[in-house]
Design a protein around this ligand. Sequence first.
Ligand code: FES
Length: 153
Amino acid sequence: MYSDKVFEHFRNPRNVGEIKDADGVGTVGNPVCGDLMTIYIKVENDRIKDIKFQTFGCAAAIATSSMATELAKGKTLKEALEITRDVVAEALGGLPKQKMHCSNLAADALRRAIVDYLRKNGKFDKIKELGLEKELEKMEKGETDDHGEYCEA
Ligand code: FES
């Protein structure tokens, strides 16, 4: 059912934990299962210098978070936004269809952490430039649920 890579990241997840003095924090919940994920980032010169995650989620959620944080480390904010759910799932050698909704969490928590960093630094132009206004709106309203495309599955 799961690829070897998913098992490997589940058993030995990378970048687990919290960054106490994070520059940006993003939390999302999955409406399908009620699971929650938070991603913490440190940013330097527009790059993700450090990243950690905490999740109350299933094996697929843990593996996708682990992979997403690995992919994001060292990337510019713009490059990190290209880490979509599909990119993460593909990097893990695929996910079973019924577990694709789990991959919503990592990619979206990462986007939110980036928005949080930008808003804390008053970079609202950049939020607009990167097309993150919707995320900002949801975050300002305190909405944590992510009704991603796979959540209909
Ligand atoms: Fe909840 Fe996978 S079942 S994230």
